[in-house]
Design a protein around this ligand. Sequence first.
Ligand code: F6P
Length: 375
Amino acid sequence: MIVYDNRNIYKLKANNSKIGDPMAIEGKKGKQIAILTGGGDAPGLNAVIRAIVVKAKNLGYDTLGILDGWKGLLDCKEHCSTNLDLDKVEDIHMLGGTILHTSRTNPYQIKGGPEQVKANLKKFNCDFLIAIGGEDTLGVANKLHKEGINVVGVPKTIDNDLSETDYTFGFNTAITRAAEAIENLHTTAKSHHRIIVVEVMGRHAGWMTLEAGLAGGASVILVPEEPFDIEEIITIINNREKKGKFYTIIAVSEGATPKKGAMELQKQEKDAFGHVRLGGIAQALSEEIERRTGKECRYVVLGHLQRAGDPTVFDRVLGTRLGIKAAEMIDNKEFGMMAALQGTEIVPVKLDKAVGTLKTVPKSRIDEAKTFYEV
Ligand code: F6P
């Protein structure tokens, strides 16, 4: 029996079941589903994996976990897969991270990559694949589907920027962490009469900053969708002081930019999907405000703390429901589709539409947040 312990479960699982066992390629031909998790980890991934394994078993399928995302289906010699049985996924829905591990590998950036993926799926006796990921992972899944792979997608990202689904799992946990941090920063900001700029993840979508900023009581919320006006920020800070509020918390998206001229990015290097690694806006903004106002400023970069740790109840349930649906979709031969949350229902949608355009924050939501601006 596996004792649930969120610090040691990965080790326990690995010891008990030989994660990465090179022999883990068995399965009834035509009845085995490969599962992989790609891109940045998001709390709720293990809930999806568990639900797929249990539902697939009920439908008569075996499941094979591919380790390290698409990387596990590329140069696959050993330690790239693991048979997923019921015992291996017991209680893992409560656990953050992904027991299958992940990478940002892109098979389409590697010569012969897609062919290797197809050959390895065949070698593993997997006629079906469930890819759990964001726009990058699902973009690859969509291309592979067009090349004949029987693939179903599950939307994952803390950024909540995938189209065709109201929410992605991971987002709720990440905004809960970020909101808590923003809320807590009030006591120290108030005590020292300081301005604190908090940098929130989310890449080019401001969902996380908007919702965490609203919930955590930020006085200014800056998102990538609307370049910010530094003068307006200074006005808010001054107006707050006139009302006796000698502190201000500013929530800023890592992808936010000022109206005139972009501020410096910390690193310009790109990943395999061509994304620049964002960061540095909180420091740049805090220094700029200090320079213009002479007031004491500090900045905090929440970084990976936002997606670390165990999922919230919302993400456990959403991940579980998406996983069940994905297994059903394999059984219904709904390939080239993604399980999505629309309203309260989990429905199949076309991968083509889901990865076509990023879902960004509409102006109406940005204006809502401005209700609380002291301009
Ligand atoms: O897409 C999820 C995300 O956490 C973004 O919000 C962030 O910009 C990026 O991943 C960080 O990537 P990495 O984990 O590779 O540093």
